[in-house]
Design a protein around this ligand. Structure first.
Ligand code: CTP
Length: 416
């Protein structure tokens, strides 16, 4: 229930993506939000207020002169007490109206009359030519300058048959963005690089040695950091998990590839978080052909050589970013964690019991720093990741940023 107690005014404008707004409403309600739907006349051509009322569980407003509000001030009353206004889908026309301060219907009027500081998040949805038109470019730039958060759009197939930028984000992505908007921007402007997942070390063309890491903890840290306003690059071993929205992901397989990718991305990073379960050893005698069973039943003899230690190599550089290590231990966590932090030369090390966390939804962490250790009690991995992000932010040699509830930056979502 990530949005428990939050009141969201959800505005729909005319666009085929209105069907996604139905899904979004469901998702918001499921996340605990109270959703007040407001629709423009254009939106009514695509979806009915009956559908939106059934999904939100609240009467839908479509008319500035709706008599249901006692003082006839729907454009004022609907946003009072709200925590955010979300326009999804936001048409090119409505984007223009917002940029110019138009107020000729209920939705545009309540946006213009919204209380100072009430976040306005818009999810554009339009044809690629409309999105790329200089007039829309100007409107988008103006809205960004006005502090309006743009959620997407994404590129891809469009309902009109064309292909390009302008698709509205999916409901699940929009939900993530709305949740992100409420997270404090503790890492605003910070560039954060992290590794996650397992590494896979080849034995022959079809076999490999790996470990049970799922990537869930690392992906949660990537998401939490991006929610906190960081510009996040995730270097991931093989994982079935979806890339957190707004995070740049680079896929690798082996420890050596991960090492090379980290070194290539290191310049300009402020924080490095090594969550990956990197294989300590790789097979030294990798076979170019598939190994065959022998008649005598003798198994192949694998020789191993040590992989580079990515975290230690980053931490010892003169220009090292703030380094955070993870330690997956099977026993004596307090002792091994404290020792490992010193051995790796990092200011912060996060310990967990590997066999209890790999593949699980929740975890319990112990943070080790020069002053001792702090326990983060068992919780789901995203909750822990957010706590860890706050701990990292508190240790950075820069003052934390204020916690304005605006969308996190999306480096890869728009061509602006
Ligand atoms: N790590 C790394 N490169 C490696 C091995 C580990 O970057 N070749 C990082 C991990 O991502 C983690 C930390 O080092 O942040 C500790 O990993 P762990 O496997 O617990 O420790 P090891 O150094 O392998 O020590 P040991 O196997 O002795 O416990």
């Amino acid at each position: 229930m990530e949005l428990a107690g939050k009141k969201i005014v959800l505005g729909l404008t005319g666009g085929i993506a209105c069907y996604k707004a139905a899904e979004l409403t469901r998702a918001l309600v499921k996340a605990g939000a109270a959703v007040q739907v407001v629709m423009t006349q254009g939106a009514l051509h695509f979806i009915t207020p009956v559908t939106m009322q059934a999904l939100s569980g609240q009467p839908v407003f479509t008319d500035q002169w709706d008599g249901r509000i006692a003082n006839n001030m729907a454009h004022i009353d609907l946003t009072r007490g709200a925590d955010a206004i979300v326009i999804a889908p936001c048409s090119a026309d409505f984007l223009s109206k917002l940029a110019h301060g138009g107020a000729d219907d209920l939705l545009s009027t309540l946006c213009l009359a919204r209380p100072h500081g009430l976040p306005l998040l818009v999810a554009p949805a339009m044809n690629v030519e409309m999105w790329e038109n200089p007039a829309t470019r100007r409107n988008v730039a103006q809205l960004q300058a006005d502090g309006v958060a743009l959620l997407g759009p994404a590129a891809g197939d469009q309902a009109c048959g064309e292909v390009g930028m302008g698709r509205m984000l999916e409901a699940e992505q929009l939900l993530g963005e709305i949740i992100a908007a409420f997270q404090p921007k503790l890492l605003a402007g910070t560039r954060l690089l992290l590794t996650a997942g397992p590494t896979v070390e080849a034995i022959d063309p079809v076999r490999a040695v790996t470990n049970f890491s799922s990537g869930k903890m690392g992906y949660a840290v990537a998401r939490a950091a991006r929610e906190a306003g960081a510009i996040v690059t995730l270097i991931s071993g093989p994982s079935a998990l979806p890339t957190p929205y707004g995070v740049r992901r680079i896929d690798v397989r082996s420890a050596q590839q991960m090492h090379a990718a980290v070194m290539a991305q290191l310049a300009g990073q402020h924080v490095f978080v090594a969550v990956a379960a990197v294989a300590d050893w790789r097979v030294a005698n990798v076979s170019e052909q598939k190994l065959k069973k022998t008649a005598g039943g003798k198994p192949p003899e694998l020789q191993f050589e040590q992989n580079p230690d990515i975290l230690a190599d980053v931490a010892k550089r003169a220009d090292a970013p703030f380094c955070v290590g993870f330690a997956a231990e099977s026993d004596h966590l307090l002792q091994h964690g404290a020792e490992k932090r010193i051995r790796k030369g990092v200011p912060l090390l996060v310990g967990n019991l590997g066999h209890e966390t790999f593949g699980q939804e929740d975890n319990a962490l112990v943070l080790f720093d020069a002053n001792g250790h702090t326990e983060l009690p068992r919780a789901d991995k995203l909750t822990l990741a957010r706590q860890l992000v706050a701990q990292i932010a508190a240790r950075l040699p820069r003052a934390p940023q204020p916690s304005a509830p605006t969308a996190a930056p999306t480096p890869d979502a728009s061509p602006l």
